[in-house]
Design a protein around this ligand. Structure first.
Ligand code: CIZ
Ligand code: SF4
Length: 354
């Protein structure tokens, strides 16, 4: 539905009726038809903080995925209700680490004599349950912007890190930013007994990476980097650290979503870029900077949109806004008090990072 004019008018009317009572957050990976109604755009962490900065807004309509709406609920007051326009908008990476699997992993570590001295560090892209596990065991949350600082902090607290749930961000940060080797990192596979690791391996490891990945960023390949360099002479390859280690190693620049946007904003006219991150964002940036003569292409034409991000479309947004305007709260995302308490502890440790 490329911005059906009737739906655009309905979304506008419902939003106007709600006025300051509603605050619409739009993640950078959202569709254009949705992003046009966002009061603020950003990555998941920036959006959660923006929501907390608008305590007067009764309703936070989160155009993004489930774990992001949970984080917004955790960081806002209880009076604010967070709404996710389509409950099917999950995140395959976050789903790769369930509360049961992570509890079992901790038992395996304990039996191996490796739990002591292990500090969990969990990526923002995880469920509230995993954030709470992290808080309970003395760990911190990180984003792709502060992963280095989070790991440095964790290695000051213990001698081993359990990194959840994105193995690529964990490995890339350990190797690129902390000077560790690939051999220092072992991968815990929740689908194998004991994670597929021996007690000895667990005790000797410095970085235990959870076997999770992003189904979008994990698909960029080394071939796509080589191909784009052939196709576009002088191109600068810019990728997100959720990409595989071999892709990140072959790229010219690596950084978070906000870093990618700032880098392209500051790029000189005439420069050429191949960008490895979510397609909605790359397309939008390509369009925005075309007039300045910056050529921005998508790194790999075989990689697609994030399908769950794309679940939030204009019809779902209209439905959510019209329901709220009519006095009915739909698709509320509410984290229970106990989970919220420990998840918040882990988030606060992140906020206190040096
Ligand atoms: O890959 C994602 O979903 C990212 C980078 C989310 C975010 O905003 O942190
Ligand atoms: Fe999850 Fe990847 Fe989609 Fe982000 S882009 S929401 S990490 S599947």
């Amino acid at each position: 539905s490329p911005s059906d004019p009737d739906l655009v008018a309905r979304a506008r009317a419902a939003k106007e009726k709600l006025g300051d009572r509603v605050f619409v957050l739009g993640h950078h990976y959202q569709r254009d038809e949705v992003i046009q109604f966002a009061d603020v755009t950003g990555d998941s962490f920036k959006l959660a903080r923006q929501a907390a900065a608008r305590p007067d807004a009764e309703y936070i309509v989160f155009c993004g995925v489930h774990f992001m709406a949970e984080s917004a609920d955790i960081l806002t007051s209880d009076a604010q209700q967070v709404v996710l326009p389509d409950l099917a908008a999950g995140c395959s990476m976050a789903d790769m680490a369930t509360a049961e699997q992570v509890a079992e992993c901790w038992d395996v570590l304990t039996e191996a004599g490796a739990a002591e001295g292990t500090v969990p560090v969990s990526y923002m892209n995880s469920s509230a349950d995993i954030k709470a596990f992290t808080g309970r065991h003395g760990g911190t949350i990180c984003t792709s912007s502060n992963a280095k600082r989070a790991l440095e902090w964790a290695f000051g607290e213990g001698r081993r890190v359990l990194f959840l749930p994105d193995q690529h961000l964990g490995r890339n940060t350990a190797v690129r930013d902390l000077g560790m080797t690939l051999e220092d990192c072992v991968v815990y596979n929740p689908h194998k007994p004991h994670g597929g690791l021996t007690p000895r391996q667990l005790r000797d490891a410095r970085m235990i990476l959870w076997r999770g990945h992003c189904s979008v960023h994990g698909r960029f390949s080394l071939d796509s980097v080589n191909e784009v360099r052939e196709r576009i002479p002088g191109v600068t390859v810019l990728v997100h650290p959720e990409c595989k280690h071999e892709v990140v190693s072959a790229a010219d620049q690596v950084g978070s979503t906000e870093y990618i946007i700032k880098t392209l904003e500051a790029a000189p006219p005439g420069s050429k870029w191949a960008v490895g991150t979510e397609l909605n964002l790359v397309k939008r940036l390509a369009g925005r900077f075309a007039a300045d003569g910056k050529e921005i292409v998508f790194l790999d034409r075989t990689v697609c949109f994030c399908s769950t991000m794309n679940r939030i479309d204009l019809p779902h947004l209209v439905w959510a806004l019209e329901s709220l305007a009519g006095g009915t709260v739909v698709n509320r995302i509410q984290v229970d008090a106990e989970t919220e308490r420990y998840a918040k502890l882990a988030l606060e440790r992140m906020l206190a990072l040096p």
